[in-house]
Design a protein around this ligand. Sequence first.
Ligand code: NAD
Length: 346
Amino acid sequence: MKPIRVLQWGLGAMGSGMARLMLEKAGLKIVAAVDERPDFVGKDLGDVLNVDKKLGIIVTNKPEEVLNKEDVDIVVIATTSWTKEQLPDLRKILKAGINCISIAEEMSDPEAQNPDVSKELDALAKEHAVSILGTGVNPGYVLDLLVVILTGGNHRVDRIEASRVNDLSPYGPTVMKTQGVGTTPEEFRAGVADGSIVGHVGFPESIHMISQALGLGVDRIEENREPIISKVYRETPHVKVEPGMVAGCAHIGIGYRGDQEVVKLIHPQQIHPHLEDQDTGDYINIYGKPEIHMAIKPEVAGGVATMGIAVNMIPHLVAATPGLKRMIDLPIPAALMGESAYSRRI
Ligand code: NAD
């Protein structure tokens, strides 16, 4: 079996983890790597990934030089959360005639907030006979695809409520800032108002995907961000939180059909939740016929699962019909274990 040739674009926390995972997969072969960080450019990928061997791939900041469809089957891009920010790079990839998986949160269903961009990407992919997908742990999996799959035997769904309670402690300074960790409650509210504190990125995409998959007819989405005020001292290498300060962001997204609340997604994210006896976990409740309650404890590990799902979807996307895809449009994700998994998917 010929391995699928991958270009890894973005070698940060996620991209480097994906690349290391691909090195373990016999059916995948990394053939090129792109990042704009000056300390990565010109280095052998093996050194950037800290894998104790040279890989013979030199990291470049000039994607044009490696975007060649004769050599590359798919690009996996892990550079930003925002569709519009990633768009110039996505255009280059599709115009080169190469498939693409993005982990940008907004790319999980670009139609939710950027319908024009969604149409453009779909048309461009079809024109060049390739496919493009946005995925990740959330959005892309836990609070959307998994919810959809759980309704598979339902006669009726009246309302969905799902929550993901997680621990932000492993993340770096960017996440601390965008979640408002370490601010005062007043600074938090000011940050939400001026857009510097965003909480979770992905509720409109997840709710839109669930509604479209089930036909729930959601016509309005509202979001609410509240500070999680700590009662105790909490600390990570990047932030210190005194009692009375903000340990995270309790973010809620609600999808309505008319006046009726049909999908409610709840995502309180904070550092060290255990210090206030809060367990992490993923919980999905489907109300209808039958009623379904699912609990996963602890949470599906965010970083690990994002790397995993992006890599596990590669054969599905290479085999997909041309166009813009969402996780609800493709065969279900599954771990890639052994050669049969690749041949079954392609
Ligand atoms: P990171 O900051 O550690 O890494 C980003 C890397 O991309 C950096 O090395 C940077 O130099 C590089 N980069 C940025 N723009 C570039 C460009 N135009 N060209 C070349 N290189 C560029 O971030 P991360 O933790 O790896 O996450 C990447 C993105 O994925 C984030 O926006 C994050 O929010 C998102 N994400 C999504 C999910 C999901 O569930 N969908 C999960 C995890 C992360």
